[in-house]
Design a protein around this ligand. Structure first.
Ligand code: M6R
Length: 621
């Protein structure tokens, strides 16, 4: 939550500072859009120049057009997802200190900010905002005023901070320097030629460089046009190997689509294909991307716990069906924020799988750490290269969905499901649950999925039309059973997030235990119908559920497999998806539901890429 950008470049091209930071903020706006602000340092001013505005980045751009800032050598910028203090101009970052000499921005929560604020106020310092961040600026000012460099001051003050933070600061007296620090929040360094960058995410600077390095916990970084210096909490210089980001700026653009979400829905065939590509060698062995969990250990685990939040947890629910079926290992799926507070039974024989698009979801990070403390090996299924979860897990299986910018997850979800299948196939092979020819068959079935997803996208006009006709609905229900249940949950979540319509996903069998009381004449109900080629009884049972809601006046919209001749008898409208093996059907069935939510939200005139109250990376607990 909150997007952070920092830039420093020397000499005449130093004029880039404001433009680079505003460009980075535009690409990071998915992380929060309650307010935005920028501070620029010029070589000859005693104070930094700052502009900040409540609301989306466009407001800040307008402000800059009306009140331009002189070109600078260094700049920091922030786009906010509010935690402490309402989304006002005053609470927008940056915050100034030392009479305007210092500017600071922050992502995270300073948990001991009240005590710090009281201490500073007792010294006569006047606070201008309600944020937890402002105290850090005044602490920094206190240090630099005693003669410390900005980097030294940052190292000193971070020792006093509790909670989660990425902090970036500039000092008008050090116009060729930006200093950053992180704990439990992300910060990536971009390496340029005669210029360097900082960002919450590589998208902040991908337009300028694909060479990056990550900061570890409690490190402080100082960037100048000439170089980057990282120090640990005791001030020792740390060497860090840079890596090359494996996608470029075009992947983080809309590519001719009206919205990122529409583009990302269209990216899904490629996201699944890329996640599968080159993963299994000629011996049928899956290669994890990074780190190592000994095969002997994996062969001996007696339980798997998948931890994740939101959409990623629904990917885990789909993965559970496949892994249990293929590997005969019990799999639990738990919301990461619930996991560590219930004293879960986890030990060295429990494999914990953390699923996260961003790799920065604080709830999931905390669950990973909790599991590791109990001795459990952790495999991360993560999309963002070099993110905290990827770095802290014992091994990583990257989903190769490319950057997902729209706040509502789409392509990452499909890639996550695909990755859980790969993991299941790997474990099945390792533990001798499947013969090589069975593994081969599963892999070739998966290989056919991307083209089938493409067909669903290409034939989506019917569901788009229905969506446009539903802009005035107040409640929509989604039913599914077996692997269709997580699809129903995801369909409901997409609708809530994007169209702000009350939506609930239910296990179809649960309906009669209470939720059916919600059904009134005219109530739209979407049903994810199991394949009739799967367990026959399951298909028949869900058809009965459709009948039950229809008998009470519901309007039923069914997602069914091509060739399911029964479906049309029970629905106002059927949306067909291609045949696939039962466990793989969620990769197809969810696509019409994503498109439904997108189209309905657009019909209501909502911003589908940046729905209200949300942020892409939830970096607070
Ligand atoms: O980055 P993560 O995958 O860890 O994020 C988890 C959830 O916050 C995320 O999936 C959220 O539910 C999405 N907004 C859903 O569209």
């Amino acid at each position: 939550m909150c997007g952070i950008v920092g830039y420093v470049g020397g000499g005449a091209p130093g004029a880039r500072a404001e433009g680079v930071v505003m460009g980075g903020l535009a690409r990071l706006e998915y992380r929060g859009y309650d307010s935005a602000g920028i501070a620029v340092v010029t070589a000859d001013d005693a104070a930094v120049a700052m502009r900040k505005k409540a609301g989306k980045l466009v407001n800040l751009a307008k402000e800059l057009a009306e009140r331009p800032i002189d070109h600078g050598t260094a700049a920091i910028g922030h786009t906010r997802w509010a935690t402490h203090g309402a989304p006002t101009d005053a609470n927008a970052h940056p915050h100034l200190a030392a009479g305007g000499r210092i500017a600071i921005i922050h992502n995270g929560i300073i948990e001991n900010f009240s005590a710090l604020r009281a201490e500073l106020e007792a010294e006569g310092i006047e606070f201008l905002s309600e944020t937890d961040t402002e105290a850090t600026g005044h602490l920094l000012a206190r240090e630099v005023e005693t003669g410390a460099s900005l980097a030294e001051a940052m190292r000193t003050i971070t020792r006093r901070l509790e909670g989660a933070f990425t902090l970036l600061a500039v000092d008008a007296r050090e116009p060729r320097t930006v200093v950053g620090a992180r704990r439990n929040s992300p910060l990536v360094v971009g390496l340029g030629e005669g210029e360097n960058f900082l960002g919450s995410d590589v998208v902040a600077f991908i337009e300028h460089t694909r060479t990056a390095l990550e900061l570890e916990q409690d490190e402080v970084v100082e960037i100048t046009p000439e170089g980057v210096t990282i120090t640990d909490r005791s001030g020792h210089v740390v060497e860090r190997e840079p890596y090359t980001v494996d996608w470029d700026a075009s992947a983080a653009q809309k590519g001719g689509f009206a919205t990122f979400m529409e583009k990302e829905i269209h990216d899904q065939p490629e996201a699944v294909a890329d996640t599968l590509r080159g993963r299994i060698d000629e011996h049928g062995k899956l290669h994890l991307d990074e780190g190592l969990v000994h095969e002997a250990l994996l062969a001996s685990v007696d339980k798997i716990i998948i931890v994740a939040c939101g959409t990623a947890s629904y990917a885990g629910l789909v993965g559970r069906y496949a892994i249990e079926h293929w590997c005969r290992i019990p799999v639990e799926v738990e919301l990461a924020h619930e996991f560590r507070y219930r004293d879960p039974v986890v030990n060295v024989r429990t494999l914990v799988v953390a699923i996260s698009q961003s790799g920065e979801t604080m709830d999931t990070i905390m669950a990973v750490r909790h599991a590791q403390r109990q001795g459990a090996p952790v495999i991360a299924i993560v999309n963002a290269q070099g993110s905290t979860i990827a770095r802290e897990a014992d091994a990583v299986l990257y989903t190769r969905a490319g950057p997902e910018i729209a706040v509502a997850s789409t392509k990452a979800f499909l890639a996550q499901i695909t990755a859980t299948f790969l993991l299941g196939i790997y474990l099945a092979e390792l533990r001798g649950n499947k013969f090589p020819d069975e593994i081969e068959a599963l892999l070739s079935q998966l290989d056919e999925i991307p083209a089938k997803i493409q067909r669903v996208i290409d034939t989506s006009e019917g569901i788009r039309e229905v969506a446009r006709s539903m802009a005035d609905e107040r409640t929509v229900l989604f039913l599914g059973r077996h692997v269709g249940f997580p699809v129903a949950l995801e369909g409901a979540l997409k609708l809530k997030e994007l169209a702000y319509i009350h939506a609930e996903g239910f296990a179809a069998g649960e309906l009669k235990h209470g939720p059916i009381a919600l059904v009134e004449p005219g109530q739209p109900v979407f049903i994810v119908l199991p394949s009739p080629r799967g367990r026959e009884s399951l298909h028949a049972k869900v058809i009965s559920n459709v009948q039950e809601v229809r008998a009470r006046g519901a309007r039923t919209f069914v997602i069914a497999e091509e060739g399911d001749t029964e479906a049309a008898n029970h629905a106002e409208q059927v949306f067909y998806v291609p045949n696939a093996p039962v466990l793989m059907t969620p990769l197809l069935q969810v696509v019409p539901l994503q498109i439904f939510a997108l189209e309905l939200a657009a019909a209501k005139g909502y911003d589908v890429d940046q729905p209200r109250n949300l942020a892409k990376s939830v970096t607070v607990e």
